[in-house]
Every structure is written in structure tokens, then in C-alpha cells.
Design a protein around this ligand. Structure first.
Ligand code: 6PG
Length: 472
């Protein structure tokens, strides 16, 4: 039995959980950990040494070891395990105890849990945490949603453990209910989009440019020192330099070209479809992960790996237009994610402050990038902006980089190198910049076959026509 009472409890002592325990403890708080798996408990004990950290696989002992009212962090796999843990915990808890679900739960599950726990005297918050293992250990970006007064109880601890940018913590209360998990879901959608775009740039550099891994390493390294500066560009540079321990090759060349996913990017797409908010770069990124898994079919259909057209493009020119293309499409991806947040905030009454979201994404999380400084500035100036394309500085950035992406896409098309996310980013931009789109024809077709009616350009109201069916 624990001799002292601990400030915080952590359920789930996998790498993320243990790292968060040490991060919290580094900031002067004592922590008790629980995991059903005794080997995880032993690992924490061993790693904790003489820190004020306690670990057990006995849930009753864990709960009793905590100061009341308790604050318990759940870092368990999203889904039914979260409900199982809550149900096991509930009879052991008392008034005003607080549960923080810090996993990647679907926001609708967080809504259900909020509803269920609202009937009890236990408080609940859905908290998005981003930054992977090292973020958890040394400073993640934290996206809390739930009752504001309840958040105040944990704000000092969350601020202490979060990443800092210019001395400011990468955490703030985002909104009620499932706001935190919704924002984390959109973060992951953007993450999917950016990863796909970077992979497309890699594809062109490798196949058209014929660049080797050392060259790729130095190009990404250089890009990371410019306007593309971001965590994902930085780790991409590192990846090209990594040697394989089993062969003499670079590790990247030994990794199967078939991507996995837990699905959070797809959740963003699903909800965007439901809310009718276009986020095509993110949708495309999800589809491309799916498509990459069809390795067997791809091998059967494969042309050779050589480009179809013999493109003699100067390497420096290729790197230059790709930097512009990546910048353009990166902006477009954030634009789509932020726009989804704007409309979801209205639909779900989150009252999100997009300025704050850009601010806490500047550090700690996977999509941290210097571009977020500009996004933060844009929303600080125009908090209700429905789309970043409408912000003058962003409109200028896109005008300046659009030539690059147009050239890159041409190259890809001629060489049969798929660049679906880049194409989708450009099509999104060109569509939003089209005062006229051919959707009048879609309206006419709907009315023709289904009497769905249409609106006119010259009169208010809805209209239906008995179309002359001459083309049968
Ligand atoms: C983060 C990451 C993290 C995790 C994703 C991976 O913000 O720290 O997004 O949450 O790496 O869940 O997602 P996929 O398995 O779907 O790629």
C-alpha cells in the first residue's frame, strides 16, 4: 500500500503514459500509475528510481493512493477500453473526482461519456495530446475540452508540462464538451495531409530528380531552414540519413511502401463530409493510405518504375518549384483543417477560438510549423474568418507560390507520377477562386432526372422545368 498520497493518477503505463508520468513529476508533482499489465508497472517502478512516483496493478490501491478530490489521467487505447476503465473506476471514485481522457478518442464517444458522467458527481474532460513519445516526455501540445471551471483545476499542471513557444504554454481551454478531442481529430487530419504531400515531393525528387538519400537529406534539411520549417520536414530529413541495422542500406529503402493508420484522419474526413465542409487534401491523404495497402494489386498493374516521359529538368529548378508546391499545398491543408474547425464550432456550439488553436499548435505537436505563426496572426486579426484564403497575407502567399505547384503537377502528369494531394490542393484553390463553377449543370441534371428543383441567377425562389427529353 502507498504510504503517501499522490497528486495525480495515470492509468495506462505504456511508453506515452510513462513519459507523461515523468514529465508531470519533473514539474514537482507526485504521480501514481496504474496498469493491468504488471510488466508495465514494473518498468515504471524501475525507471522511476527514487522519484515520487508509485505504480501498481491493483486499481483499488491506485485510487486510494491519490489525494482527493482525485485527478486521474487515462492514456489507454481509444474505444471500448476507455469505457471499461471508466466503469471499473466509477464505484471507487468520490465526489468531484476528475477524469481526463488524454487518448485519441472519437469526439462523439467523448460526448457520450460526458452525458453519462454528467449524471454522477464525477467530472470528465476529453483532452487531445499531441507530440508522440518525446512530446509526452518533454512537452506536448495539449488540447483540453470540457467545463471551463473544471479545467482551471488542472490548468497549472497542464501548463507546466506542455511545450512552450516564446515562453507561452501550448495549452489552453478550447471549449465545452468534446471540443478538445474534435480539435485533436482535425490536427490529425492535417497531419495526414502534410505527410502525404511530403511523400509526393519525395516521389518526384527520387524518381524524376534521381536524388539519392544523402541529397534528399540535405534538401529537406535546407527546406527546414526556410519557409517550410516544421517538425514533419525536420524528421523527414533525419529519416533519409538513417542507416539500416540489418543491411548496409538506408532504412527508408528497406521499409514497405504500404502505410498503416489508426484512423483519426479518416474521422476528420467523415465529419467534414457530414458537415459539408470541403477538406479534399485530407480526404485524399486518407484514400492514399488506403490505396498504398493494395500492394498486391499495385504490383500486378505496375508499369516499370521509370518515369514515362523523359523529363530533363534541372535538379535545382526541381527543388525550387517543389519547395513552392509544398508551401502552397501545406497552406491549403491548414486552410481546410481550420475551415472545418470554424464550421464545426458553429454546428457543435464549441465556440472555438481559432487564434488559440493556431497558438497552441506552434509547439509540441506533430503539425508544429513556423507557418502557424502566420495562421495565428491571421486569426488574431480576423477571428471569424471562415477560410484562410480570404486573408490578404495568405492570398498573397498562394499567388506567389502557385506557379511552382502548377509546374510540379505538370511534371507529375507527364511522368505518370501520382501527386493526388498536390493536385487536390491546387483544385481547391482554383475552385475557390472561380466566381463561376459548372454546378449550374449539376442543378439542371438533378432537376431533369429527379425534379429536385434549381435556383436561378435572375430571380429568387426555386424552380422546376419539364425538360425536353430528346436524347433518349
Ligand atoms: C500525435 C499523433 C498521434 C499518433 C497518431 C497516429 O498528434 O501525437 O497524431 O496521435 O501518432 O494517432 O495516427 P495514425 O495511426 O492514424 O497514423
Amino acid at each position: 500500500m502507498a504510504e503517501q498520497k499522490y497528486d495525480y493518477g495515470m492509468i495506462g503505463l505504456g511508453t506515452m503514459g510513462r513519459n507523461l508520468v515523468f514529465n508531470i513529476n519533473d514539474h514537482g508533482y507526485s504521480v501514481a500509475g496504474f496498469d493491468k499489465d504488471n510488466s508495465q508497472v514494473e518498468t515504471l517502478k524501475k525507471e522511476a528510481g527514487d522519484r515520487k512516483v508509485f505504480a501498481t496493478s491493483n486499481l483499488d490501491e491506485f485510487v486510494k493512493s491519490l489525494k482527493t478530490p482525485r485527478v486521474i489521467i487515462l492514456l489507454v487505447p481509444a474505444g471500448k477500453i476507455v469505457d471499461e476503465v471508466i466503469n471499473e473506476l466509477k464505484p471507487l471514485l468520490s465526489e468531484n473526482d476528475l477524469l481526463l481522457d488524454c487518448g485519441n478518442s472519437h469526439f462523439s464517444d467523448t460526448d457520450k461519456r460526458n452525458e453519462q458522467l454528467a449524471k454522477s458527481t464525477i467530472h470528465f474532460m476529453g483532452v487531445g495530446v499531441s507530440g508522440g513519445e518525446s512530446g509526452a516526455r518533454y512537452g506536448p501540445s495539449i488540447m483540453p475540452g470540457g467545463p471551463k471551471n473544471v479545467y482551471e483545476r488542472v490548468a497549472p499542471m497542464l501548463e507546466a508540462i506542455s511545450a512552450k513557444v516564446n515562453g507561452e504554454p501550448c495549452v489552453t481551454w478550447l471549449g465545452p464538451g468534446s471540443a478538445g478531442h474534435y480539435v485533436k481529430m482535425v490536427h490529425n487530419g492535417i497531419e495526414y495531409g502534410l505527410m502525404q504531400l511530403i511523400s509526393e515531393a519525395y516521389h518526384l525528387l527520387k524518381v524524376i530528380g534521381g536524388l539519392n538519400n544523402d541529397e534528399l537529406n540535405s534538401i529537406f534539411f535546407k527546406w527546414n531552414e526556410g519557409k517550410l520549417h516544421s517538425y514533419l520536414i525536420q524528421i523527414t530529413a533525419d529519416i533519409f540519413a538513417q542507416k539500416d541495422e540489418l543491411t548496409n542500406n538506408r532504412l527508408i529503402d528497406m521499409i514497405l511502401d504500404s502505410a498503416h493508420q489508426k484512423g483519426t484522419g479518416g474521422w476528420a474526413s467523415e465529419d467534414a463530409m457530414k458537415l459539408q465542409v470541403p477538406i479534399p487534401v485530407i480526404d485524399t491523404a486518407v484514400s492514399m493510405r488506403d490505396l498504398s495497402a493494395y500492394k498486391k494489386e499495385r504490383k500486378l498493374l505496375a508499369i516499370n518504375n521509370k518515369p514515362l516521359a523523359n523529363n530533363h529538368i534541372d535538379k535545382n529548378e526541381l527543388v525550387n518549384i517543389l519547395e513552392q508546391a509544398l508551401y502552397f499545398s501545406t497552406i491549403t491543408t491548414y486552410t481546410q483543417g481550420m475551415s472545418l474547425l470554424h464550421f464545426a464550432s458553429i454546428e457543435y456550439k464549441y465556440d472555438l477560438k481559432l487564434e488559440n488553436i493556431a497558438k497552441i499548435w506552434r509547439g509540441g505537436c506533430i503539425i508544429r510549423a513556423s507557418l502557424l505563426e502566420d495562421i495565428y496572426a491571421a486569426y488574431s486579426k480576423q477571428p471569424d474568418l471562415s477560410n484562410l484564403l480570404l486573408s490578404e497575407p495568405f492570398s498573397q502567399k498562394l499567388i506567389q507560390s502557385q506557379n511552382g505547384i502548377r509546374k510540379v503537377i505538370q511534371l507529375g502528369v507527364e511522368a505518370a507520377i501520382p501527386l493526388p494531394a498536390m493536385m487536390s490542393a491546387l483544385a481547391y484553390y482554383d475552385s475557390f477562386r472561380s466566381g463561376w463553377l459548372p454546378a449550374n449543370l449539376i442543378q439542371a441534371q438533378r432537376d431533369y432526372f429527379g425534379a429536385h428543383t434549381y435556383e436561378r441567377t435572375d430571380k429568387e425562389g426555386v424552380f422546376h422545368t419539364h425538360w425536353n427529353q430528346k436524347t433518349e
